[in-house]
Design a protein around this ligand. Structure first.
Ligand SMILES: Nc1ncnc2c1ncn2[C@@H]1O[C@H](COP(=O)(O)OP(=O)(O)OP(=O)(O)O)[C@@H](O)[C@H]1O
Ligand code: SF4
Ligand SMILES: [Mg+2]
Length: 354
């Protein structure tokens, strides 16, 4: 059974100018114990909003979130229900989420529950948790400022582990770290997930990180999930033109290197999303149907879903390899169709994917 299930989630904000903005639209996602699910997409596409809905920090305006079979209600001033302490959140910047004036050990001990919460066992358990994340038990006596960024993120992970979670939502946990610390913390997450049978929702705008750690990936564009599937399969044969462009933006074929913050072409205002397929103003494969009707996320191949009107081959293949179909489709009466070199339209990569 899935430890976290999110069904048709909408998250709507009211901006200062009173305009309503749908940051998440109809998103569904599920995570099993021991599974790492990556959530990727450009800045502002709604990843953190979906994460906040998962842990009850924002109330979805539509849809349902269930954790270990129980409905997750948005947090109120009352104490977080005990069952929900097993659902933890780790933020991007460990320095701002740790109190600089308290010893690391005290902050980890705050999260202890059950028997380990009794005084006698607390310091022993804190030491074990520090060792579990690759630090020494003696680190408990030190303050956050005495650690590097990567070590502080390990401390934040140890604090989340103190509650004996079955799922941790990690919102850009590696973004503030240098490249070597990123790799070490990413490896730690993979080990912890495997050893503790821990579900992880790993949010990143960097597909390269997700490729190395996640079993499955969901790709988000302007509030909607546009593609899901096993990471390796999505990487080798993306079905959605946006996923294909994201992968093409990773600098090196082995998936290393930092992806640009944003891809070519302007991201539309989420308060006024384009008609039809939200991606159509930037899509090199768009055709007449695209600005007219919005494609739903539908099963495409086993364990894979995609929201795109492009015809599919018998086996998964990226849109740029489906040029014959696309060319046929674009010969329909479509005045908006243009070459992929048009300004604001993302180029497709020529050599296919690794
Ligand atoms: N509290 C809020 N009030 C109004 N708008 C918001 C609020 N929080 C987020 N937004 C808007 O909702 C959209 C989605 O934001 P969100 O933070 O979820 O994106 P993101 O994918 O996490 O981006 P990033 O990669 O930069 O962290 C953005 O347009 C953002 O400006
Ligand atoms: S081909 Fe059409 S439906 Fe598919 S991503 Fe491009 S614009 Fe959207
Ligand atoms: Mg975010």
């Amino acid at each position: 059974m899935s430890v976290l299930e999110m069904e048709n989630i909408d998250v709507t904000y009211e901006r200062r100018d009173h305009v309503k903005l749908k940051a998440v639209v109809g998103a569904s996602l599920s995570i099993d114990r021991g599974q790492i699910v990556g959530l990727v997409g450009e800045s502002g596409c709604g990843k953190s909003s979906l994460a906040r809905a998962a842990v009850g920090l924002v109330a979805p305006t539509a849809g349902r979130v269930r954790f270990e079979g129980e409905d997750v209600a948005a947090l109120t001033r009352r104490a977080r229900p005990r069952a929900l302490t097993r659902l933890q959140l780790v933020f991007q910047n460990p320095y701002s989420s740790l109190n600089p004036r308290r010893r690391v050990g005290e902050q980890i001990a705050d999260g202890l529950t059950g028997d380990s919460g009794r005084r006698a066992g607390r310091s022993r358990r804190v030491g074990e948790l520090l060792e579990l994340v690759g630090l020494s038990a003696a680190a408990a006596q030190r303050y956050p400022s005495q650690f590097s960024g990567g070590q502080r993120q390990r401390i934040a992970i140890a604090r989340a582990l103190a509650a004996d979670p079955s799922l941790i939502v990690l919102d850009e946990p590696l973004a503030s770290l240098d490249a070597s610390a990123q790799a070490q913390v990413a490896n730690l997450l993979v080990e912890l997930s495997r050893e503790l049978s821990l579900g992880l929702l790993l949010i990143s705008h960097d597909l390269a990180i997700v490729r190395h750690t996640a079993h499955a990936v969901s790709v988000m564009y302007l509030g909607r999930i546009v593609e899901t599937g096993p990471t390796r399969e999505v990487w080798s044969a993306p079905l959605h033109p946006y996923t294909e462009a994201l992968i093409a933006a990773v600098p090196r074929p082995d998936g290393s290197g930092t992806m640009p913050e944003a891809l070519p072409g302007e991201v539309p205002d989420p308060a006024r999303p384009p008609t039809g397929c939200r991606f159509h103003p930037r899509c090199p494969h768009r055709f007449s149907r695209c600005p007219e009707e919005e494609p739903e996320l539908e099963p495409a191949f086993p364990a894979r879903t995609v929201a795109c009107w492009l015809p599919r081959d018998a086996t998964p293949s990226p849109p740029s390899r489906r040029r014959a179909h696309t060319a046929a489709a674009t010969t329909t009466n479509d005045s908006s169709t243009s070459s992929s070199h048009e300004e604001g339209v993302m180029p497709t990569h020529k050599g296919g994917t690794a």
